[in-house]
Design a protein around this ligand. Sequence first.
Ligand code: CA
Length: 220
Amino acid sequence: MRILLVEDDAMIGAAVRQGLAHKGYAVDWVQDASEAELALRVEPYELVLLDLGLPDRSGLEVLANLRRGGSEVAVVVLTARDSVADRIAGLDTGADDYLVKPFDLEELCARIRAVQRRKKGRAEPLLVHGGLMLNPASHECSWQGAPVFLSTKEFTLLQALMERPGAVLSRAQLEERLYGWGHELESNAVDVHIYNLRKKLGIELIKTLRGVGYLLGNPT
Ligand code: CA
């Protein structure tokens, strides 16, 4: 999942970016409101982690502008200001959830997963497609009841396909899920991960529509 992290505190920003990258999220990090608005105009993020106390303007203003512009991107507000008024203002301005600093990375990840489920209209935390089961919380995968060991990037790609069964995802869309800014992108990275997934899960599971992209085959 592609995430925009808006945080001016260098230590928190670096720690969150590294922690989320380790979990397989593609994270772009900006440090003020203007950079955040620029990034949101040009990149298709699925989620924004938004600090409220930013050096140039309040994160609340960024959030208000986003919602005024019709954006439905998921927003989790991060704030050191733990006053009830701030949390209420964040939620009422259109945030999907909030976390008060300091927070635990595991809790942040759990909230990201919960917000994503709600956005996709799903209450069930497990992703199931025929004999294939994916648990985004524990990063476990099983196929026909047997555990399958996937790399972080393989898991991320498979999750992207399972979240939208029947939809064709282009190579560019899948690359978006794997890489944030500043990552050297090998031109065939997605193909290599798909090849490895097919080796582990059977050739039939992931279909290629030549020149268009990839989709999950019918469940078996
Ligand atoms: Ca701040």
